[in-house]
Design a binder for this molecule. Structure first.
Ligand code: SF4
Length: 486
C-alpha cells in the first residue's frame, strides 16, 4: 500500500499514474494506514511564472529521498495552466521514483494513453518537431526506440490525420457480447454462454438508434467520415441480426469513407457470415486470433484453434475484402518467447495488410487478475524483446506503425501498436486515438464524444453499459444522444 499526500488535489490522478508505472497494481491511498509500505509527500506551488515541485519518498528502513523540479509555467486559463502544472509534477515524481527504485521506464515520465497526441500538443504550444522530440527524449526520458516509433507513426498518419470540424463525425456501433469470456478480459461484455440476452431485440434497438440519431445528424447536414462496428464480438448476435444492423448503418451512414466490422474471433466466422459481410460491399474486417498457439487459446478461454484462424483468413482473402486486420497479444499467460515469435511469423505469412500488436494488460476486472498466481506471465524483459522484435518483423514485411495507445497495467508499461501497409490505415483508429473527431456512439456501453477543437477537450454522453438497461431505457438514450449533438 502506498500513501500519497498531495497539497493540490487536481494533481492526484496523474501522480497516481506515475506511481503505477513503478508499483503496478499496489493500492494507493490518500491517508496513513498501518499496512502502508511507502509514503510519498508531494508539494506543488506557482509564483510569478514559475512552478515549483517537491517530492519526498519514505520507505521503512531507508533514508527518505527528496526531488525538486522548477519549470517556467506561464499564467494561462485554468485548463491550460493545470495541464502544464500536471506535466511538470509528473516529471518530478518520476525522477524521485526512478532514484528510489533504480528502475527506468520505456516511456519515461509519460503517462496517459496517447503519446502521439502529446507530441502534437507540444507543437501546437509553439515547439518545432525537433524541440518536442528533444523534450521527450531529454527531461521526460522517453527511450530512443519509443521516440523513433512516435516519429514513424506521425509520418504514417500524414494524409489521413486531420482535425475535424463540428460538421463531421465518426460513428461507432457497439455489440458488447461474446460467445465466452476470455481470461484476460476486463471489458463489460456479456458472456452469452452464461447470460441469456435477446439478441434480436438488441439488433432492433441498434437499428432504431442508428436510424433516428444518425438520421437527425443527416438532416442537420453533418457528414460521417468513418464507421466502426465493434465489440465484444459483433458476429455473436448471429448472421441475420448483424446483417440488418449493417444494412441500416450502410443506409444511414451512406457517405462514409470507411466502414469497418470487427468480425472477431475466428470461431464466430463461418463461410456464411463471411459471405454476408462481403455482400455488404467495401467493408474492412478484423479477425482476432490473439495467438497462433492452440494451448494458449484454450488457456485463455477461447473456443477456436489456430486452424480456424487460417481457414477464416483464407476464405476472407478469397472473397476479396478491402482490408483485413488481425489482432495479436504479446505476453499471454504461459507463452514463451518462442511461442510469440511463432505467432508473429504465422500471422505475417497469412498476409494480413493490417496487424495490431497488443501487449497484455492485467486489468482489475479480469479473471486473470484474480488468478494471477496460477498463470505464469512473461517478464517485462521478455515482453520488451518481443515488442521490439514485432516492430522489426512488421517493418521487414512492409507493415508500418500508424497508431498506438497505452493502457494502465500493461506488462512492462509498453504499448499497443497498429501496423499496416501504406494506404491501408484505418481512419477510425487514427481519429479515435488522436481524438480528432466527434464520435457518435450507438448501443450499450457506447460513449459519444463532442470535441472542442480549439482546446483539445471533449464532452461525453454515455449509454448504459448493461445490455438489459440499454434495452429498457432505449427511448431515453436516443433522446439523450440527439440532445447531445443538437
Ligand atoms: S473477445 Fe474481446 S471482448 Fe470478448 S471476451 Fe474476449 S477479450 Fe473480452
Amino acid at each position: 500500500m502506498i500513501y500519497l499526500a498531495v497539497n493540490e488535489t487536481y494533481l492526484e490522478h496523474e501522480l497516481s499514474d506515475v506511481i503505477r508505472l513503478f508499483y503496478g497494481m499496489e493500492d494507493i491511498v490518500p491517508h496513513e494506514a498501518p499496512e502502508q509500505r511507502i509514503k510519498i509527500e508531494f508539494f506543488a506551488a506557482w509564483n510569478a511564472g514559475q512552478g515549483s515541485f517537491e517530492c519526498c519518498v519514505s520507505e521503512q528502513g531507508r533514508t527518505p529521498l527528496k526531488e525538486q523540479v522548477t519549470s517556467p509555467i506561464p499564467a494561462a486559463d485554468d485548463i491550460i495552466f493545470k495541464r502544464l502544472m500536471r506535466r511538470s509534477a509528473k516529471l518530478c515524481l518520476y525522477r524521485a521514483l526512478k532514484r528510489h527504485t533504480g528502475l527506468s521506464q520505456p516511456w519515461g515520465a509519460l503517462t496517459g494513453i496517447r503519446p502521439t497526441k502529446l507530441m502534437r500538443q507540444l507543437m501546437d504550444e509553439g515547439m518545432s518537431f525537433e524541440e518536442a522530440h528533444e523534450l521527450l527524449g531529454g527531461p521526460f526520458e522517453v527511450e530512443e526506440e519509443k521516440l523513433s516509433l512516435l516519429t514513424d507513426i506521425l509520418r504514417q498518419q500524414q494524409g489521413v490525420w486531420q482535425l475535424g470540424t463540428d460538421d463531421v463525425y465518426d460513428a461507432y456501433i457497439g455489440v458488447p457480447m461474446c460467445a465466452t469470456r476470455c481470461l484476460y478480459c476486463s471489458f463489460a461484455s456479456v458472456d452469452l454462454s452464461r447470460t441469456r440476452v435477446d439478441v434480436s431485440a438488441y439488433a432492433d434497438a441498434l437499428q432504431r438508434e442508428i436510424r433516428e440519431v444518425g438520421g437527425m445528424l443527416n438532416a442537420q447536414g453533418k457528414r460521417v467520415r468513418a464507421v466502426y462496428v465493434g465489440g465484444g464480438t459483433p458476429t455473436s448476435i448471429g448472421r441475420e441480426n448483424l446483417q440488418r444492423v449493417l444494412q441500416q448503418a450502410k443506409l444511414t451512414f451512406k457517405g462514409a469513407q470507411e466502414f469497418t466490422v470487427e468480425a472477431g474471433r475466428p470461431d464466430a466466422l463461418d463461410d456464411d457470415m463471411l459471405h454476408m459481410l462481403h455482400d455488404m460491399g467495401d467493408l474492412r474486417i478484423t479477425i482476432n486470433p490473439q495467438t497462433m498457439n492452440g494451448e494458449t487459446l484454450s488457456r485463455i478461454g477461447r473456443a477456436h484453434t489456430p486452424e480456424d484462424t487460417v481457414r477464416a483468413m483464407n476464405k476472407a482473402q478469397q472473397l476479396g475484402f478491402d482490408s483485413i486486420n488481425m489482432d495479436l497479444i504479446l505476453g499471454l499467460p504461459g507463452e514463451t518467447r518462442g511461442d510469440m515469435t511463432d505467432t508473429l511469423k504465422k500471422v505475417i505469412d497469412l498476409g494480413a495488410d493490417n496487424i495490431t500488436v497488443h501487449t497484455l494488460a492485467i486489468k482489475r476486472a479480469s479473471r486473470l487478475k484474480e488468478k494471477l498466481d496460477n498463470y505464469p506471465v512473461a517478464s517485462a524483459d521478455v515482453v520488451e524483446e518481443m515488442v521490439n522484435l514485432s516492430r522489426r518483423m512488421m517493418n521487414e514485411a512492409g507493415l508500418m506503425p500508424y497508431y498506438m495507445y497505452r493502457q494502465k497495467f500493461m506488462t512492462g508499461n509498453f504499448e499497443n501498436v497498429g501496423y499496416c501497409r501504406s494506404g491501408k490505415e484505418c481512419i477510425y483508429n487514427i481519429d479515435m486515438m488522436e481524438e480528432t473527431h466527434n464520435i457518435l456512439s450507438i448501443g450499450a456501453g457506447g460513449i459519444s464524444k463532442r470535441m472542442f477543437y480549439d482546446r483539445a477537450l471533449h464532452t461525453r454522453y454515455a449509454h448504459a453499459k448493461n445490455v438489459a438497461d440499454y434495452l429498457t431505457r432505449l427511448d431515453e438514450f436516443i433522446a439523450g444522444n440527439m440532445a447531445f449533438f443538437s
